[in-house]
Design a protein around this ligand. Structure first.
Ligand code: GLV
Ligand code: MN
Ligand code: MN
Length: 412
């Protein structure tokens, strides 16, 4: 038992964050480490090296999740600190990386102070949290927790035609450890908020209450390409027009529903994609999210009905494919309390809030007590090279993580 509470080494945390951000760095200060690319491999190699330097025993499972474990006095299940190090194509330095590197900082702080915990503590990074290259998102943690089969995940084709299994083999991260063998006593994730709430309210910490439901659908529209100058408007079978109507409908729908309802068309491809040819083939994605499952289902039905009706009216053929579907999850009340009380006890301002973004934590929540800590995002900007959080705010979040992990790792 130490008399003064431990604090993490902020400079060391920032050094690791900035070093990892060099891997796959892109112009403007951003990062591109799409899942299972060469850049992802290089990021993984660096973090695994750090894990080994800290004395963690490292395992890699068959979906490429990496777990580094520090022993405790008890041979019980570990308290897992997790997140991800893959990024979207236009990512920043902090999304996911903060949670993993703050985990390493917790370990190094405990090592330096020679603190022995009851439960083991494990730091994990999960494969393909972002889902930008291979859907669904949270793929590695979903497989880890049994929400997605390993076979389905390994066979998933990405936006570039590559498959998860092949890419895992190619980058050397198709591990031997069977998935699902590691269970957690509890799970914590520190993450940037990725939204505007904490900054707007001048608060330092979010005690996350849960994660909203996510529905991703790929819509394919098949029309007839024809001459843009000679084809009368009444004779067109224009897949591009239907896509545009769908995008506008989703904006209207989210405005009409209000509350937490959000809707995004983030990806559209037109073919043949030429100035003077009516598009005959469109692939587009719909991203719908709501904290309430019934409302999310209502939004899905409204969107899908609109796709079908608008396509039919134009003579366009529409097909739909689910890319990801996760119901909203609630975190354990005792973990939300623990985060909130710890932040207060460290003199930090805090509020409870749901998460708008998806997180690996949501895969753990149905199976073990799970908590998340948010720190502010400047301008509410994320999935953008301009993503930024003040070092002092990152360090404050990591100190909350250190304390809640120590409390949870006690064995009575
Ligand atoms: C994952 O980061 C998501 O919320 O899209
Ligand atoms: Mn993330
Ligand atoms: Mn993200």
């Amino acid at each position: 038992m130490t008399s003064t509470p431990l604090r993490i080494n902020g400079d060391r945390l920032m050094r690791r964050l900035m070093a990892l951000a060099q891997v796959g760095a892109i112009d403007g200060g951003g990062v591109c480490r799409l899942a299972l690319t060469d850049e992802d491999r290089a990021g993984r190699d660096l973090v695994v090296r750090w894990m080994r330097e800290l004395g963690l025993s490292v395992t890699i499972d068959r979906i490429g999740n990496v777990v580094g474990t520090r022993v405790g006095t008890s041979h019980s299940k570990p308290v897992i600190i997790g997140s991800h190090i893959d990024t979207v194509r236009t990512g920043g330095k902090y999304d996911g990386n903060l949670g993993v590197l703050a985990g390493l900082e917790v370990i190094e702080t405990l090592n330096d102070a020679k603190v022995v915990t009851g439960h083991p503590i494990a730091v994990a990074f999960f494969t393909n949290e972002e889902g930008s290259r291979f859907a669904p998102d949270m793929m590695g943690s979903a497989v880890h927790q049994g929400a997605l089969s390993l076979e389905t995940a390994l066979g998933t084709k990405g936006i570039d035609g590559a498959t998860v299994g092949d890419e895992l083999n190619r980058i050397g991260y198709a591990g031997e450890t069977p998935v699902g063998t590691l269970r957690a006593a509890a799970y914590f994730e520190l993450h940037i908020e990725q939204g505007p709430v904490l900054e707007r309210e001048g608060l330092e910490i979010g005690a996350v209450t849960g994660v909203q439901g996510i529905s991703w659908t790929e819509v394919t529209l098949r029309g007839v390409s024809n001459h843009a100058g000679t084809t009368p408007m009444s004779m067109r079978v224009d897949a591009g027009y239907v896509a545009a109507e769908i995008a506008c409908f989703l904006r209207r729908l989210s405005r009409e529903y209000g509350g937490s309802q959000v809707a995004t068309v983030g990806h559209v491809t037109f073919a043949p994609n030429l100035v003077n040819v009516i598009p005959n083939h469109v692939v587009m994605t719909l991203d719908l999210r709501n904290t309430d499952e019934a409302t999310l289902q209502k939004a899905e039905k409204a969107a899908f009905d609109f796709v079908d009706e608008t396509a039919k009216a134009e003579g366009v053929q529409a097909t739909r494919r689910t890319l990801a579907r996760f119901e909203p999850v609630d975190f354990a009340p005792e973990m939300i309390d623990r985060v909130e009380q710890t932040a207060r006890s460290q003199g930090l301002s805090v509020r409870r809030m749901p998460s708008g973004a998806g997180h690996d934590a949501q895969m753990f929540a149905p199976h073990c007590p799970t908590g998340m800590i948010f720190v502010p995002s400047q301008g509410g900007i994320s999935h953008n090279i301009r993503e930024f959080t003040e070092p002092a705010q990152l360090i404050a979040g990591a100190n909350v993580l250190l304390e809640v992990v120590q409390q949870t790792a006690r064995v009575d």
